[in-house]
Design a protein around this ligand. Structure first.
Ligand code: ZN
Length: 431
């Protein structure tokens, strides 16, 4: 089932919508917000210069810091009397990021969340147990109103209270679980303690998970623990909240609702737009938001985009599950490396744990990469031959998959330096 026929429209039709809406958005921010007007003027352009989608590249980037600098409502493009909702993300340092919605924006949000639910096979017969936090974060209310829009029954459980959540899921017959993957796993572990056959007590068929970086390993674990289909949702409050993209039944990649959000992939170092399929930083321009339209927002998330049609019938561009953060990127002899990619290789190796450390150094003019990996407790550390085989396998896999020539060292459990209980992932001695 597809919620809106636009999701399977032709490329030409999608691009026609995008261009029209991009021009409207450019006119809107230029006319209504001094911040954007100044940024456009700095580049010597006006909204009339946007004649094709390629002209998007002439527009300035917007960064999280711009939102903070104009705290709280400085980037809004409507009077406060028109704003019907405020959300905010907590900042670990300084002021939070504040976002606002008018009635039209709420419709857009509910529409994209309805697409997410429909893509996940959720409809009027379903009971959605929503354990995303309700409040200033966009998760709870975003998932809530989208579920109502498709006619499902929503249980607004919010976070915490594991035992009570499990009771509600059981007694109300939840068929859909919406929460972070780590909370889903926690719920499963607590439920399993009540009895190994616990899954019989629940009617769950699908989970819609997001809001935190998630390894393939964790996804599999969550799906297996509950015996459900795993759907991944992506979003961020600066763009709208959850509902920017979602994975379908045919692909691990996430369909991005590009009639509302125009994506680009750029080289995070140079800002240059990269060709289709290449990995880089995701940049999004909102196409239909009115209260807080945003031009070329630097998400900091690393992914890639492909436009080829999907088996599910949707034509909307598909993004790869986020592979890392632009801030974490290491450049090693000209090759971009993300710790999450290294982690993925290690996760697929046997006899080792996910406690690893990447050490980058200069040797002459070249970069040298050493990767220390702690072996698991079970492995016989005196079996030198076996250890050497594992080590070589990881080294070969890094070269084949990531094109990096790294020196892999296996070390005893609990030997890598830890910070707040977690192994320190990257030590860059070149800086
Ligand atoms: Zn699909």
């Amino acid at each position: 089932m597809i919620w809106n026929t636009v999701e399977s429209a032709s490329r030409e039709a999608i691009e026609a919508i995008q261009l029209k809406r991009l021009q409207e958005t450019a006119r809107r921010v230029y006319a209504l917000n001094p911040f954007y007007k100044e940024k456009f003027e700095e580049r010597g352009i006006t909204p009339e210069d946007i004649r094709s989608l390629e002209d998007l590249q002439r527009l300035p980037f917007t960064r999280k810091q711009d939102l903070r600098n104009h705290y709280p409502f400085g980037l809004f493009c409507v009077p406060m009397s028109e704003v019907v909702r405020i959300h905010s993300s907590s900042g670990t340092t300084g002021k939070p990021t504040v976002v606002g919605y008018n009635a039209h924006d709420m419709e857009v949000w509910n529409e994209v969340m309805a697409r997410v639910y429909t893509m996940s096979g959720v409809g009027a017969e379903d009971v959605v147990h929503n354990a995303y936090g309700y409040g200033l974060f966009t998760g709870g209310l975003g998932f809530h109103y989208g579920a109502e829009k498709v006619g499902a029954t929503v249980v607004p459980a919010s976070g915490g209270f594991t035992d009570r959540q499990l009771m509600l899921m059981r007694d109300f017959g939840a068929t859909v679980l919406a929460c972070t993957p780590s909370f889903a796993l926690h719920l499963a572990e607590v439920a399993a303690k009540a009895g190994s056959e616990f899954r019989k007590d629940y009617k769950l068929k699908v989970g819609i998970f997001g809001a935190e970086p998630t390894s393939e390993g964790l996804k599999k674990e969550v799906a297996k623990a509950w015996g459900i289909e795993y759907r991944e949702v992506y979003g961020l409050s600066e763009i709208i909240g959850p509902g920017v993209s979602c994975s379908c039944s045919h692909s691990d990649r996430l369909h991005l609702f590009e009639d509302h959000f125009l994506p680009e992939i750029i080289d995070p170092e140079t800002g240059e737009v990269l060709p289709e399929g290449e990995r880089g930083e995701l940049v999004i321009t909102t196409l239909s938001k009115q209260a807080l339209p945003i031009i070329r927002y630097r998400t900091g998330d690393i992914t890639s985009l492909v436009k080829e049609p999907c088996g599910c019938g949707r034509t909307m561009v598909r993004m790869e599950s986020i592979v890392g953060r632009a801030d974490d990127m290491l450049i090693v002899n000209g090759v971009n490396v993300y710790p999450s990619q290294v982690e993925h290789v290690i996760a697929n190796a046997e006899g080792v744990t996910l406690n690893y450390q990447i050490i980058a150094e200069k040797k002459g003019h070249l970069d040298k990469l050493e990767i220390m990996v702690e072996v698991s407790e079970e492995i016989m550390t005196d079996n030198v031959g076996e250890l050497e085989r594992i080590r070589k396998e990881i080294q070969a896999s890094l070269l084949n998959n990531l094109y990096i020539n790294a020196d892999v060292k296996l070390v005893e459990p609990n030997t890598i330096e830890r910070s707040m209980g977690k192994a320190v992932r990257v030590v860059d001695k070149r800086r």
